[in-house]
Design a protein around this ligand. Structure first.
Ligand code: 6AU
Length: 395
């Protein structure tokens, strides 16, 4: 059992950049120093409009914006002008990463599709996502593979313009059809000017046959922007640091904040092993304590594990920890109350200074405040102070 605190708890975020195995982790650590922020906003608002407004306003205080795209009314799935693309533009403008809190859990083949395809195409706009690995470690490598494949398929930016010869009954069908063609073209060698095609009604609404011409131009993607979108204003780039790399990262959901959570020490230990095995893709954990350098005996002493992790592997840990269930107590009280639905809260000081997390995730503590912008700043200051206090305490 390790006695002294792990080195990653004592070092500054800047010092940890060098030992980081994942390009997105290095970037995030640098961003944290530049913005003096270790705050993630959990933007669980009702509508896409509210989400974008909040991200734009609170963006300067945060380094990560966490979404649950499936609870947002009016999420626009268009890959270039939709909500994901708009969030990506705001992320560039304010300097934050997007974390889609999807909590993937399924067989490898299914999670690959859920991650990269379907309506939301999470991999395209979310730098980070997370997984509950109860299905086993194979789903982590499956997701890593899918992210890598996606990364290799975008050596070029694709700009699409659609012109329609015959009026169509259904705008959605038209867009979906154009997108299918873009997808096909993405798989082959880049070239100028795509095809025109007529597609019969195939079960989608609107049986009018249309002639849709898709014009494609490809540009070398020397700038890591996926979607050039919307207004001039959103083309601005945060001045303190270069744009985020195109690498994607995973956080393993190792422990939860909810009362009665069934994730036990054995499960958390399996998360630690899966993270150590997949460092190219796993950035770290969503957890309630710092897991860097942790041993099986600390987490699950009774567990007869054949497959151990070495002392060297534990020493090398430099995973990022993000922790939800964070709230400041109301004036006059010393501890925050739960939400009556199982959520349990800790203060930023308790989570960052004492339990050793890196990034505090705050949702309702900020979004239900009378002035969310001022409240986000207050949480940023408190969480950063807790990080400084931890370094002082362990020096
Ligand atoms: O600050 P809150 O309670 O308003 O929001 C907390 C956010 C929610 C949860 O879905 C999420 O954090 N969350 C998670 C995550 C991030 O995976 C894990 C967990 O253990 N507890 C938790 O609340 O969006």
């Amino acid at each position: 059992m390790s006695t002294s605190p792990h080195w990653s708890l004592k070092q500054s975020f800047a010092e940890r950049v060098e030992s980081s195995a994942h390009p997105l982790t290095s970037y995030l650590l640098r961003l944290m120093e530049v913005k003096q922020s270790n705050l993630c906003l959990s933007a669980d608002v009702e509508t896409a409009r509210e989400l974008l407004t909040l991200a734009d306003k609170v963006g300067p205080s945060i380094v990560v914006l966490k979404t649950h795209y499936d609870l947002i009314t009016g999420w626009d799935y268009h890959p270039h002008t939709g909500t994901g693309a708009k969030l990506a533009a705001l992320a560039r403008k304010h300097g934050f990463l997007i974390f889609e809190d999807r909590k993937f859990v399924d067989i490898g083949s299914t999670v690959q599709k859920q991650y990269t395809a379907g309506t939301a195409r999470i991999v395209e706009w979310a730098h980070i996502t997370n997984a509950d690995i109860h299905a086993g470690e194979a789903m982590v490598s499956a997701m890593a593979q899918a992210a890598q494949k996606w990364r290799e398929r975008i050596p070029y930016e694709v700009k699409t313009s659609v012109s329609v010869g015959t009026p169509v009954a259904d705008q959605f069908a038209e867009e979906a059809e154009a997108q299918d063609q873009v997808d096909e073209l993405r798989k082959i060698v880049p070239r100028e000017n795509g095809t025109s095609s007529a597609k019969d009604a195939d079960g989608r609404k609107g049986s009018i046959v249309s002639i849709t011409t898709v014009t494609q131009t490809y540009e070398p993607a020397d700038s890591p922007r996926l979607a050039k979108t919307i207004s001039e204003d959103d083309e601005t780039v945060f001045p303190g640091i270069e744009e985020a790399p195109l690498d994607r990262g995973l956080l393993i959901l190792a422990q939860m904040s909810s009362k009665g959570c069934l994730m036990d020490g054995k499960y958390t230990w399996e998360c630690v092993k899966a993270a150590r095995k997949n460092k190219d893709f796993v950035m770290g954990y969503v957890a309630q304590q710092n897991l860097n350098g942790i041993t099986k005996d600390e987490l699950a002493p009774e567990y007869q594990d054949e497959e151990t992790s070495t002392e060297e592997e534990a020493q090398a840990d430099n995973f990022i920890h993000m922790t939800p269930g964070c709230k400041l107590p109301p004036p006059g009280e010393s501890a925050p109350q739960g939400d009556g639905l199982g959520q349990q809260y800790n203060t930023p000081d308790n989570l960052v200074n004492i339990k050793g997390t890196d990034i505090a995730i705050v949702g309702r503590g900020i979004i239900t405040a009378a002035d969310p912008v001022a409240e986000a700043e207050r949480y940023r200051r408190k969480s950063w102070k807790a990080y400084q206090d931890r370094r002082e305490r362990l020096a």
